[in-house]
Design a protein around this ligand. Sequence first.
Ligand code: ADP
Length: 286
Amino acid sequence: MSVVIENLSFTYMPGTPYEKRALQDITLSIREGEFVGLIGATGSGKSTLIQHINGLVKLQSGKLRVFGIDLSARKIDYKLLRKGIGMLFQYPEYQLFDETVLRDVMFGPKNFGMSEAHAYESAKRAIELAGLSFDEIKDRSPFELSGGQKRRVAIAGVLAYNPEILILDEPTAGLDPVGKRDILELITKLKGGAIKTIIMISHNMDEIAAYTDRIIVLDSSRLVYDLTPAELFEKKDELPALGLDLPTTVKIKNLLAEKGFHITEPALDIASLYAQIISKLGGRHE
Ligand code: ADP
């Protein structure tokens, strides 16, 4: 198991007039190899949950194990925990800081104690895994790159220290449609190879539906659903109350059903919706 959470509750500023319950009685497990979506309205508790997993907030009640590290233990090896988790915050390119791409990407491995030579090799591998040409980009300033390239450099900076779990907060925010698709395809390619487990926060239901294996839904500090995308997006009447939209493909499928054109299989991405419409039309298409 990558992450095991049992009956976790958390309150900010407990015992003060400002106390705020952020998580209530959360129980869930994430297996190695899963690509999990974490969704819910603003303020539902997503960031607080992620900050528990990477050890940025201290466990108050319940149990939490992250790849074998018990976060309720008296002594916690935070360095080992942080090395095992690649965290990409929103707009990660804002955290690029060094003079060259190579130095920026080597920062993480060096910070975790790798030798200069080992950090160089790790950075090289990570830059290539992120879909960039090492020789072309290594000596350039991160600040002169395109938006999509900068985001890839930020991803490389995390891949360079070989984390077990990659946590992404709105990884495609601010990119154009092609840039969004490229980043999601890169992330999908990393899964099962360089990265074992992926957790993605997103408000974009098209991306969540098309790319994740399983979706965890928070609402006002509680876990309300833990389902596959196909199961979750069947709940078209419940989702608006949770502040959640439906994926475009599911909206089209539902509109067609209202007109008497019923597609029975889940349609979680445009290719599968298209294939099903064509097959229902008897396969006649150009
Ligand atoms: P999300 O990531 O889903 O937007 P958060 O985990 O940020 O949700 O917030 C959960 C709840 O905790 C919200 O009510 C939010 O206002 C509150 N909260 C978040 N961070 C803090 C903080 N540092 N101090 C006090 N309350 C906070």
